[in-house]
Design a protein around this ligand. Sequence first.
Ligand SMILES: [Zn+2]
Length: 313
Amino acid sequence: MSGRIPRTALAACAAAAVASSCAYSSHAVRPSDLGQPISSKVMEAALDLPGPVTLETIVSADWVVPLAGLLNLGHPKAKAAGLRDRDEPMQIYLHALRHPTRGLWVVDTGVAKVFKDHPSDLGIGWLVARELHLEKMTTRTALGPWLAAQKEPLAGVMLTHLHIDHISGMPDVPRGTPTYAGPGETTPRAATHLVLAGSIDALLAGHGPLRQWSFGPDPDGAFDGIVDVFGDGSVFAIFVPGHTPGSTAYAVRTPKGPVLLVGDNCHTRWGWDNGVEPGHYTGDQPLNAQSLGRLRALAARHPAMVVRLGHQD
Ligand SMILES: [Zn+2]
């Protein structure tokens, strides 16, 4: 997500681009050393079997942002429902996965305490803090203190995408922790909010290269690619581009059944229930809508699956 971008900020960024500093991120990337491409049929055959991974979703922060960013208010269904732009409450989540042999992982990172309280310490300037409306954010559980209270160390991070509110906990991730994301997340194409772009590097500073999932084509055509993350059919990365070029959903097999983490393919409960894609926070709305339709179809084929959305429960 982000706020609207004032013309002056865009002009400043355009000027910076001339000085070649306005790519979305200059953070290094490398191919993933983890996971193997599989077909959707193989994933779906396993999905409803009880699995070994426990999943805990933690509300890291509460926030209020414009509904027009979270939901395409021009969609016929949104118009028919009479939805108009307004301040919309939402949450920033982190999802903790505990695997019996692979240890503790997080999907997305919540927020680091310093991100909300002292963003300038991270090199995040006043303009970005203003655009994010950080004054409307309330931290509930910062990643660092949460990690410190766990019995086991953090083994790795899986990101749904590289927007600032999904990596705002990275300053609390121990250096050297492997971090995975979909392909193309650092390219200029990912920059739907140019004024925020420089902050991505600030949040990733000191961390190793982003490891990009090696999605192959899904022979069954249900998705653009699926990776069996640990090779044991317990956690799947699902390529669902549109919100950003490398947007990735995760399906997790828990003892109680499957859980689908859709990321910002869909921010809101209303959007999921009605099949309406996000608003101006999303990069490629038609592609996002296609990926959302595919995820909803997956959920419909597996009615026991719990669906966790990008920013609302
Ligand atoms: Zn996003």
